[in-house]
Each structure stands twice: as structure tokens, then as C-alpha cells.
Design a protein around this ligand. Structure first.
Ligand code: KG4
Ligand code: ZN
Length: 410
């Protein structure tokens, strides 16, 4: 089956094309193309993602990105047999007036006149920023109607779980996905989520622990902001922490490990963030990001980043270890943007070695938001659909292509 993935939940506009099938329980996949247009430069001056801007950028970038994907991958396209009036009506019904910019661009694009050789459209439904999600969903709805190809909604966090089984992302080669024996446990660490999930089968998820306040990526971003570092802060903090690991100084900073001994699998990260604020203010007399940028000595900044990374990592690893003791999973699946963090990756592989179970962490190129993981998750859910739902996923009868900003993974 050839699947087109569309991801617009936050600040990356992403499109992917993948061939995927299951034989005798083994999933094999061939990546034809994966395209990501990052909006970081647009949002960076605001210190975070600005929803109205994200919506505008997705609307601008989806069509050029999809046209590039089809052209680069030499996707076979055949002419539509719909009349101009039928096409105009579809665009009017699916895009206008909600997506005026997309409506205008698609009315001039060859995408409305030619049908690609694909079998399924998978699109992120949530969680995420609703205005951003709607652009992708309305686009998928329009394409589905123009091409008579079914569109399935995907939970973004399920995408992050599934990203970890794509152990190789080399394109145009058929790979066998990592086979997972259930139950498995997943640690999801992104800008909006920090969760431990019990997976009893694909599609059967129970969130057994989650953050009570900030998500771990959010904490990275907020601490970076206090230090006067640009958004997104995770990679920056990671780099400065690495400096401190490579060149130990005599600066000693100590931050708390909130809830590390609590008997549940929940997290809290806002206390670490506040402790960073107090350390800057009380020990180093730093009261603003601008002042931090100008006056904080490099070795203090590096030591603070290292201690912050250590604190977060220790809490995540410790909670995952307790969850392992409670549920005896066969393996650990890690997902979300923060899984790019080198120190965390090392610690998680270390935990796997200690527990003697495999740990699957996404390839570096797919830790952040991408459409490959959405395409694969869409394929997986389409496999469990009944014939009746399969018919409903064709446009007209589909009722589920609606954004859900706070969609849970259960
Ligand atoms: O999954 P993701 O790309 O988007 C969401 O679904 O939220 O995660 C983005 C988050 C941001 O908070 C970013 O700072 C964090 O992932 N991040 C990192 C690293 N790279 C990205 N955090 C720590 N270390 C990194 N290397
Ligand atoms: Zn994400």
C-alpha cells in the first residue's frame, strides 16, 4: 500500500510518501520521500510557536511541498475525469471559506487535475495547535474528495510511538520494521507531552503516567528562554551541557528531581524550571534573559544546562524503571522531539542494558515532527478497519477529519 502522510500539528509542515505492507506479521516499508519545512525561523522571534502564524505557514507550504514530493519521487499521475464544475464544488465545500489561501492555491495547482498513484492519505488529527491541525485536515479532505482516495485521521502521539520502529530511514530500500512483542512500554517526550504509555497491541494504549504541569520539552524551552537562548531551546541546552561534560569546571549547581520517589508514574517539571530561575536570581544576580545573555559566565551557563539535563534525565529514567518493574514489558519505545537529546539517549540505552531489554529510539532524522510516522500510523490503523469503516473513510461519509487539540492517546 502506498501512503501519503500529512503533518501540520505544530511548527513543521511535513509530507511523506511510503510503501508499506504486512506479510506473516512482519511490516516492511520503503520510504519514497520525506519532506519537512520547518517554521522555526518564523516563530523564533516570539520565543515559541504562534498559532496564527503556524496556520498561515502551513497553508503556504503544503502545496509546494506535496508537488515537490510527487515530482522528486516520479509518482505516476493520471488525469481526473471530474469536470471543472465538480472540482470547483469540491474545493468550495472542503476549503472555502475556512482555508482561503489553500483554496486559492489549490484552484491553480495541477494537484486538482491529476490523481497520484497512492492508496491512502494519513493526516494528523491531534493533539496539537487547532488552527494548525485544521489546515492539514482540510487539505487532506479536499485531496481525498478530488482523488477519491480514503483519508484516515492519526493521533500525533501514536505517530511518535511508531516512529521508533523505523530503524532505518534510508530511502528507496525495503526495510523490515522492528518487530515488537507486547506488552511494550513507551516514553513520549515532546514539547507538549511527557507520558509513559503501556502498549498491549498497536492501537491499544493506556497512559500510565504523565506530567502534572510542564512537558519536558516545554521545560527545556523555558529554561533556554531564561538563559536568553533562542527557541527551540532543547538543542541549545544540550549543546551547552555537552560543553560542561567535556570541560568540567568547579561551578556546582544543584537542582531538584521532582517526584522522583513518588509511587506513581507521573512527572512534574515546573519545579526544576523555577529552581533555575531562583538560582539565576539569588546566586548569580541575573534577573532577565537579556542580562543572562550578556553577563552570565559561560561556565555557569554550561554547568546549569548540564545539571538541568541531568535532573530531567534522572527523573525520566527512574520513572521508566519503576514502570518496567510494574508491567514487565518486552521492550521500551521512545518517541518525541526530546528523544533527540544525546544525554537522554545514552541514559535510556543504559537502562535497557541494565534491564536486559531492547530500547528503540527513533533515528535522529525522525525524532522531531515528521510525516513518515504519521503515514505509518495511518497505515496501521487502516489495517484494523472493518470493510464498513473503509467505505466511510471515503470522502462524504467521513466524519472524523476534525481537529482535536487535546486528543488523548487512549
Ligand atoms: O515532538 P516535537 O518535535 O514537537 C511536539 O510534538 O511537541 O518536540 C519538540 C520539543 C521542543 O520542546 C524542543 O526543544 C525539544 O523537542 N527538543 C529537544 C532536543 N531537540 C528538540 N530537547 C532536548 N534536547 C534536544 N536535543
Ligand atoms: Zn511531536
Amino acid at each position: 500500500m502506498r501512503v501519503l502522510g500529512i503533518e501540520t500539528s505544530c511548527d513543521e509542515t511535513a509530507i511523506a510518501l511510503i510503501d508499506i505492507e504486512t506479510k506473516n506479521g512482519a511490516i516492511s516499508y520503503k520510504i519514497l520521500g520525506s519532506y519537512i519545512h520547518s517554521q522555526i525561523a518564523v516563530h523564533s522571534p516570539y520565543g515559541g510557536v504562534y498559532p496564527a502564524l503556524a496556520k498561515r505557514e502551513h497553508a503556504r507550504n503544503l502545496i509546494p511541498l506535496l508537488e515537490k514530493a510527487f515530482s522528486d519521487t516520479n509518482t505516476v499521475m493520471h488525469p481526473t475525469d471530474k469536470t471543472d464544475i465538480e472540482i470547483a464544488t469540491i474545493l468550495e465545500n472542503t476549503l472555502s471559506p475556512k482555508e482561503a489561501e489553500l483554496h486559492k492555491s489549490l484552484s491553480h495547482s495541477d494537484l486538482r487535475l491529476y490523481i497520484p498513484n497512492i492508496d491512502l492519505i494519513a493526516v494528523t488529527k491531534g493533539p496539537g495547535l487547532e488552527p494548525a491541525l485544521w489546515v492539514g485536515l482540510n487539505f487532506a479532505q479536499a485531496l481525498s474528495a478530488l482523488w477519491n482516495i480514503p483519508a484516515v485521521p492519526v493521533n500525533h502521539m501514536e505517530g511518535h510511538v511508531i516512529g521508533s520502529i523505523l530503524h532505518s530511514i534510508e530511502p528507496n530500500i525495503t526495510h523490515t520494521a522492528t518487530h515488537i512483542e507486547f506488552p511494550a512500554l513507551s516514553l513520549l517526550v515532546s514539547g507538549g507531552h511527557t507520558e509513559i504509555v503501556l502498549i498491549e497491541d498497536w492501537g491499544a494504549y493506556t497512559v500510565i503516567g504523565s506530567t502534572r504541569d510542564d512537558a519536558v520539552g516545554e521545560a527545556f524551552d523555558k529554561v533556554a528562554r531564561m538563559l536568553g537562548l533562542p527557541y527551540p531551546g532543547g538543542p541549545q541546552i544540550s549543546q551547552y551541557a555537552e560543553n560542561a561534560r567535556n570541560n568540567p569546571s568547579n561551578v556546582h549547581i544543584s537542582l531538584p528531581r521532582p517526584m522522583i520517589h513518588s509511587k506513581d508514574f507521573d512527572f512534574s517539571f515546573s519545579g526544576i524550571k523555577t529552581a533555575v530561575l531562583y538560582t539565576l536570581r539569588d546566586t548569580y544576580n541575573i534577573n532577565s534573559p537579556e542580562q543572562a545573555q550578556k553577563e552570565l559566565p559561560d561556565e555557569v551557563r554550561d554547568a546549569l544546562c548540564k545539571e538541568f539535563e541531568d535532573a530531567v534525565t534522572e527523573v525520566l529514567v527512574s520513572k521508566l524503571k519503576s514502570a518496567y518493574s510494574a508491567y514487565s514489558p518486552t521492550c521500551l519505545l521512545i518517541g518525541g522531539g526530546v528523544s533527540a537529546n544525546t544525554h537522554l539517549r545514552k541514559a535510556l540505552y543504559g537502562l535497557g542494558a541494565e534491564l536486559n531489554i531492547p530500547v528503540y529510539i527513533p533515528h535522529h532524522h525522525v525524532t522531531g515532527d515528521n510525516a513518515l510516522m504519521i503515514a505509518v500510523a495511518g497505515y496501521m490503523s487502516s489495517q484494523t478497519y472493518t470493510a464498513e469503516i473503509r467505505v466511510q473513510t471515503h470522502i462524504g461519509a467521513h466524519t472524523d477529519l476534525k481537529a482535536q487539540g487535546t486528543m488523548a492517546l487512549e
